[in-house]
Design a protein around this ligand. Structure first.
Ligand code: KDG
Ligand code: MG
Length: 403
């Protein structure tokens, strides 16, 4: 069954998404997510200019061969652009394989290893009262795991706390990057108080998560991890910039707070040391930025050997296509930990029709053949691309800092 067409659709239903549509000679169509927040056009070009010509005429069922053809065949390999592009092809080919077999993708991956996928939602607030209100809403909705982020007193902006228009991880349209501010001391003083406030209000019967977003040095992260121990967090996410893998040894030596890392990783090589030296507890690579279902499964298999669990990234800047793909992987692997679920802002649902469901804190990808996501290209055309940047972070003295 040959591929006869592949096209890249860039649309902005609520936020920017890049979607790859692969069409086969038998009429079966597969979809993949190629969204790289703030750098969308680079992946679109990689696909349109360099990958689509290689796909036309290829056998759609040869997923593993196509993966290596695109990875090794480019010579210049890894990095977010290439690995997101390969992921989009890979996800679309798994979608096609499922549709041809008449089975949901998780059945092709070995079948369900659990009844549902525990997801965590995002509770946020401009102050502790607002955060507690939002946290309560998540518990009322059935969440068993919730991430807490709150404005740091004294700082005008804080990561993870959306502005009034609800737009997360992007500035207003048409502008240059929004500038955020950072002050480590204020954050380190406040974060334990925030976690204490949540535990005092809601007890220990819910999994409590927190994202540090790469902003600390190893010794600062070690101090934070130790300070959070009484509140027994499910994890402390991205405590330090993740490319420095050996830094995690120092954090590990000082705290039993579990560590989660990986949303910016693109390949198994980025997390090899972290996993094999048991420096982390959860690996957070995403299906759309780390080479698709084929490569993500390889990362999770390596992690399984070393007792590391999955905790896939699932921010709203990953489209419903990759969210569905993540759920299929989550349902089928033995070492599943938790899945991030931020949801998608309207009108994404007019463009992506999904079969996944949420019940009582758990999600299921549904049982439609393939991924269970139908992409409405006509509807997408009504939402043209809207160029945006992720924010840039500076310390109070103006020094550029990790965002
Ligand atoms: O595009 C960047 C976002 O996906 C990221 O900042 C969100 O850290 C994030 C998370 O854990 O959801
Ligand atoms: Mg994160």
């Amino acid at each position: 069954m040959k591929i006869i067409d592949a096209r890249v659709v860039i649309s902005s239903p609520g936020r920017n998404y890049v979607t790859l549509v692969i069409e086969t000679e038998s009429g079966v169509i597969g979809v993949g997510d190629a969204t790289l927040n703030g750098r969308e056009l680079s992946v679109a070009s990689y696909l349109r200019d360099h990958v689509v010509p290689l796909l036309i005429g290829r056998e759609a069922n040869r997923i593993e061969d196509t993966w290596h053809y695109l990875y090794k065949g480019s010579y210049w390999r890894r990095g977010p652009v290439q690995m997101t592009a390969i992921a989009a092809v890979d996800i679309a080919l798994w979608d096609i394989k499922g549709k041809v077999a008449g089975l949901p993708v998780y059945e092709l991956l070995g079948g369900a290893a659990r009844e549902g996928v525990m997801v965590y939602g995002h509770a946020t607030g401009a102050d502790l009262d607002e955060l507690k209100d939002d946290f309560r809403k998540h518990l009322d909705a059935g969440y068993k795991a919730v991430r807490a982020q709150c404005s740091v007193p004294g700082l005008s902006k804080t990561y993870g706390v959306p502005p009034a228009d609800g737009r997360m991880y992007e500035p207003a349209s048409g502008s240059l990057p929004q500038q955020d501010v950072w002050e480590t001391t204020a954050y380190l003083d406040f974060a334990p108080r925030m976690m204490e406030a949540i535990r005092e209000e809601f007890g220990f019967g819910v999994h409590l998560l927190h994202d540090v977003h790469h902003r600390l040095t190893p010794i600062e992260a070690a101090r934070l991890g130790a300070a959070l121990e009484p509140y027994r967090p499910f994890w402390m996410e991205d405590p330090t910039p993740a490319e420095d893998q050996s830094a995690f040894r120092l954090i590990r030596e000082h705290t039993t707070t579990p560590i989660a890392v990986g949303e910016v990783f693109n390949s198994i090589w980025d997390c090899q040391q972290l996993i094999t030296e048991r420096l982390i507890d959860y690996i957070r690579t995403s299906v759309s930025h780390a080479g698709g279902i084929t490569h993500l499964r390889r990362i999770f298999s390596l992690a399984e050997l070393y007792g590391v669990k999955s905790g896939s990234h699932g921010a709203g800047d990953l489209s419903p296509v990759s969210f569905a793909a993540a759920l299929h992987v989550d349902l089928s692997i033995p070492n599943f930990g938790v899945q991030e679920y931020m949801g998608h802002r309207e009108p994404a649902n007019e463009v992506f029709h999904t079969s996944y469901s949420f019940e009582n804190g758990y999600m299921h990808p549904g049982n439609l053949p393939g991924l269970g996501v139908e992409f409405d290209e006509k509807a997408a055309a009504a939402f043209p691309y809207d160029p945006k940047y992720l924010p840039v972070n500076r310390k109070l003295d103006g020094t550029v800092h990790d965002w």
